[in-house]
Design a protein around this ligand. Sequence first.
Ligand SMILES: [Zn+2]
Ligand SMILES: [Zn+2]
Length: 109
Amino acid sequence: SGVGLGEGLKAGSSWRCDTCLVQNRVTDNECIACQATKSPPRDSAKQMGVGTASQSGKPAPPAAGTGFGDKFKPAAGAWDCDTCLVQNKPEAVKCIACETPKPGTGVKR
Ligand SMILES: [Zn+2]
Ligand SMILES: [Zn+2]
């Protein structure tokens, strides 16, 4: 059910022409537009094929940004030496230039 105007109206108030879909008064025995004969009232709504909305395909996942551009930015975990400001690799536990221990590693001077 749930179709448009007219279908939901009480039988007897109006009827809709099946041919041209014009809404006619109950007193009209034929369509005022196309003169089609009045269709018998239908108690049950016509089974419409609607309701099964086709699911649209999922959008393709965005390409991961990993890989491209990695060489242009410091690797994750890279750290700058506080003493000489040299950038060191994440795995370096001390500065490659001045041998200052990497902060936060617990390595004592
Ligand atoms: Zn009609
Ligand atoms: Zn250093």
